[in-house]
Design a protein around this ligand. Structure first.
Ligand code: KIV
Length: 266
């Protein structure tokens, strides 16, 4: 029987924060994976610009374009029945002006079925977030380690400037975002922000006290064999399973064991 699900929306996040219910978020980039993740009951699917690293094989997220993001968000949003799909705004799709930000976010809302956008930056992005919210775009903020700042930060490093992080988190909430990703910051700082803000905090490398957690799905599944940060918990080793299955196929083709009678037409 077809599943009939009530889609998760930003007001659900506000209610869950009030109830103390934790929020689960995973990244997704394609239709079949997004379908499986949606069926798992995850609350939110983020089409992250980590696309650049875990799908495109780049060393940073900086090269990802709006056209590429729209292409992937469209597929993921078509797969998700319940999970809220959030589209990540790639580097230089919102930094130039608030007008550019509204037009980029508007593309996501007009050309895909996503329900919110995410953008990086605290105080420096507050005016942009405010303009998007005024244009009826639900916004998720992102502070702490912001990967689009990798050149300025000198690498993907834990952020420890407590006063800066806290001021950034408040600026995002005051500007009207409905949720905030906290990336690679000390547990105690994330705990304090989570207590002080009325919006949902979603941690990645930010300890257990956030209102929710997010992981990059290829990391969780063991599909991404590159750098593995300390905060990643690998729930499966699909990389190994893919390698084993493909090498069995290669040897079956070589030996003539594939295809057999049942796999052939007459
Ligand atoms: O792009 C992304 O996948 C993200 C998550 C790591 C939060 O921003």
């Amino acid at each position: 029987m077809a599943r009939v699900e009530t889609p998760v929306t930003p007001p659900d996040f506000a209610r869950w924060k009030h109830e103390g219910r934790k929020v689960s978020m995973l990244t997704a980039y394609d239709y079949p994976t997004a379908r499986l993740l949606d069926e798992s009951g995850v609350d939110c699917l983020l089409v992250g610009d980590t696309l650049g690293m875990v799908v495109q094989g780049r060393s940073t997220t900086l090269g990802v374009t709006m056209d590429q993001m729209v292409y992937h968000v469209e597929m993921v949003a078509r797969a998700a029945q319940r999970a809220m799909v959030v589209a990540d705004m790639p580097y230089l799709s919102y930094q130039a002006s608030t007008e550019q930000a509204i037009l980029s976010a508007g593309r996501f809302l007009k050309e895909t079925e996503c329900r919110a956008v995410k953008l990086e930056g605290g105080r420096r992005s507050a005016a942009t977030i405010r303009a998007l919210v005024e244009a009826d775009v639900p916004v998720v903020g992102h502070v702490g380690l912001t990967p689009q700042s990798v050149r300025r930060l000198g690498g993907f490093k834990v952020q420890r400037d407590i006063d800066e992080i806290i001021a950034d988190a408040h600026a995002v909430a005051d500007a009207g975002a409905f949720a905030l990703v906290l990336e690679c910051i000390p547990t105690e700082v994330a705990e304090r922000i989570t207590k002080e803000l009325s919006i949902v905090t979603i941690g990645i490398g930010a300890g257990p006290h956030c209102d929710g957690q997010v992981l990059v799905t290829p990391d969780l599944l063991g599909l991404f064999q590159g750098f593995r940060p300390k905060f990643v918990r690998r729930y499966a080793d699909l990389g190994d399973a893919v390698r084993k299955a493909a090498s069995q196929y290669v040897s079956d083709v070589a030996s003539g064991a594939f295809p057999n009678e049942q796999e052939s037409f007459h």
